[in-house]
Design a protein around this ligand. Structure first.
Ligand SMILES: Nc1nc2c(ncn2[C@@H]2O[C@@H]3COP(=O)(O)O[C@H]4[C@@H](O)[C@H](n5cnc6c(=O)[nH]c(N)nc65)O[C@@H]4COP(=O)(O)O[C@H]3[C@H]2O)c(=O)[nH]1
Ligand SMILES: Nc1nc2c(ncn2[C@@H]2O[C@@H]3COP(=O)(O)O[C@H]4[C@@H](O)[C@H](n5cnc6c(=O)[nH]c(N)nc65)O[C@@H]4COP(=O)(O)O[C@H]3[C@H]2O)c(=O)[nH]1
Lengths: 249, 153
């Protein structure tokens, strides 16, 4: 069985045989379904899943063309990365995060950073709304809008200002997986993060702790706090923004 | 509560593994269905041309919130390398030469994959039931105050 696929790789890479190439694309094509479904669940709800599958299919074709079997790596792992990359690249090219939301994120982050500096503590939603000259409900609606963009976009938006300083989702997953050989650097970051979360207002601290350290979903956290899931999303977005500000300083 | 957490992480591992195999089999079933439609003349496009449409989900709709944690794209340890029924099915290279396979054989493969998919989807649902019960117990402890989030930091 495996021999047949192995032969197709040799046939395609040696002679560029188009039939072998198509055979390889079809053989691995279910990977696109797996990746598009999972990447899709971190994107805004209005994104069309069929588009993701199309982008992902180009990623797979690209992977088949560029793969070098003689290097001995498994094709599946390489292909999954390229399929994911192709989907996210296309989404960015379509500018899926509306400009108005991008500028709103910057405005909220800037206001929060100024208030934190002045008050030497995390400002409440009311204080941020006041400083922005809007009613608290309007600020909450904005926070909800930002949350609806999903995990992938939030990460990018919050890191856009300072590239390479490590995103929240890079820092946190590492921390919860206990690492026996824990390098000093990780312990240091772990401590910094726990300290920053500890200084957040009660509700924000609880949401981030249950979300990142206990691994609960937003609706499950809503059940603990007795609030709606969309309210949890708003609290989460604000908390991650203030956390972000602390990390940058 | 640590015991609950370790049981839940077992469910998460099973979910990742079962969801991977389920999707790999569903993709094969959908490609077979398309080829059978091509043989009966219902479909005139080639497999490659129609690929994105074949692989898309039937209905749209999602269970999770876009803000819930990013899903892992790690492949299960064995992916295609073990000796289980599912591994044999995934390592069979029939997709690479679908147009040369007899219709009866196409139907036979489709039926056996469909049975496998139904079993895996059932196991996956059972894992979600277990996951929901365990998580329900964890959130109850937080609500009642017997578990404290501050311990986690
Ligand atoms: N060939 C092929 N078969 C497919 C595909 N998608 C699902 N199936 C199979 O068809 C059954 C019905 O799928 P459904 O109508 O989407 O109905 C699904 C869907 O509404 C829901 N569901 C299951 N898993 C998920 C999920 O991860 N996300 C979402 N949003 N809904 C899900 O539960 C229902 C029952 O799911 P299951 O018991 O797993 O049973 C599923 C599964 O065995 C596909 O793309 N190709
Ligand atoms: N604890 C728990 N976890 C759950 C449940 N349902 C799904 N999951 C997990 O959550 C992932 C994301 O689900 P989604 O957002 O609905 O996003 C899904 C959905 O949009 C689509 N999908 C998968 N299966 C079906 C299906 O049977 N029918 C339909 N319509 N869509 C499906 O593909 C995406 C990715 O699916 P997967 O790779 O299977 O990945 C799934 C699966 O690992 C649940 O009831 N409880």
């Amino acid at each position: 069985r495996d021999q047949a696929i192995h032969d197709l790789w040799i046939e395609y890479k040696d002679s560029g045989d188009e039939r072998a190439r198509e055979g390889l694309i079809l053989h691995y094509s279910p990977l696109v379904k797996f990746v598009a479904g999972r990447v899709g669940s971190g994107l805004p709800r209005n994104v069309d899943q069929n588009d993701l599958v199309s982008f992902g299919t180009f990623g797979l074709i690209d992977a088949v063309d560029k793969f070098e079997p003689e290097r001995g790596f498994k094709f599946e792992t390489y292909a999954v990365n390229r399929i994911e990359g192709a989907i996210l690249d296309e989404m960015r090219a379509l500018d899926w995060v509306p400009r108005s939301v991008r500028s709103r994120v910057r405005e909220i982050q800037r206001t929060m950073a100024e208030l934190e500096h002045r008050l030497q503590r995390t400002p409440t939603e009311e204080e941020v709304a006041d400083a922005m000259g809007v009613p608290p409900d309007t600020l909450r609606t904005h926070l909800g809008e930002i949350a609806n963009l999903g995990f992938v976009a939030l990460d990018e938006l919050l890191n856009a200002s300072e590239k390479g300083s490590g995103s929240i989702s890079d820092i946190i997953p590492d921390l919860t997986a206990v690492d026996p050989s824990g390098s000093f650097e990780k312990e240091e970051t772990r401590y910094l993060l726990a300290d920053s979360i500890n200084r957040l207002p009660d509700r924000e601290r609880l949401v981030l702790t249950l979300y990142y350290y206990e691994g609960l979903t937003l609706s499950e956290i809503g059940g603990v706090l007795n609030v709606t899931e969309s309210r949890v999303c708003q609290i989460h977005t604000k908390a991650v923004m203030s956390l972000r500000n602390r990390f940058i300083e | 509560i640590d015991d609950l957490r370790s049981r839940r992480s077992i469910c998460d591992e099973l979910d990742t593994e079962l969801s991977y195999y389920r999707r790999m089999i569903q993709g094969r079933i959908d490609l077979l269905d398309f080829e059978l439609r091509r043989r009966s003349g219902e479909e005139t496009r080639s497999l490659i041309e129609a690929l994105p449409e074949i692989l898309a989900d039937s209905a749209s709709g999602r269970t999770s919130n876009p803000l819930d944690r990013e899903l892992s794209l790690d492949l299960p340890e064995l992916a295609g390398g073990g000796a289980r029924e599912v591994d044999t099915a995934l390592s069979d290279g029939f997709l690479a030469h679908l147009p040369t396979i007899e219709v009866d054989e196409l139907r036979r493969i489709r039926d056996s994959l469909s049975e496998m998919e139904a079993k895996i989807s059932e196991q996956r649902r059972a894992v979600y039931d277990a996951h929901d019960i365990i998580t329900g117990e964890i959130t109850k402890r937080y609500r009642e105050g017997t578990a404290s989030a501050d311990e986690l930091l």
